[in-house]
Design a protein around this ligand. Structure first.
Ligand code: FES
Length: 120
């Protein structure tokens, strides 16, 4: 088992390596989408660009490499952004959902998430 720490929600979710990040978020009933994605998303096939997350911790191999879809859809976005539907978990990571609308206390949330040991 591995752990995904969701810093906006303040929770750790256990999952298995090989699981899809979007599916984990949906299974745990966390909010992945902003308004545009709530009103209409592609269902996880990499076409709508509404399932953004940012990777705030872990190691460089914690998640699968960028897919070709992400290379295209994320080319004008920060380097640590991913499309959750295209992302496979390899090992523990720290994730921010909806990085396009960061919480006002993001710095504090990040510090708190980084200060707790992340299980492997
Ligand atoms: S759900 Fe549409 S791009 Fe990820």
């Amino acid at each position: 088992m591995t752990t995904i720490r969701f810093i906006r929600e303040g929770i750790d979710i256990k999952c298995k390596p090989g699981e899809n990040l979007r599916e984990i978020v949906i299974k745990e009933k966390l909010q992945l989408y902003g308004l545009k994605g709530i009103l209409g998303n592609c269902g996880g096939v990499g076409q709508c660009s509404t399932c953004f997350v940012s990777v705030e911790g872990g190691n460089k191999n914690s998640l699968s490499p960028l897919t070709e879809v992400e290379e295209d859809k994320l080319k004008n976005r920060p380097e640590n952004w991913r499309l959750a539907c295209q992302t496979i978990i390899n090992s523990s990571a720290i994730i921010l959902t909806k990085p396009q609308s960061p919480p006002s206390n993001l710095k504090d949330l990040k510090e708190s998430a980084e200060n707790k040991k992340l299980p492997r």
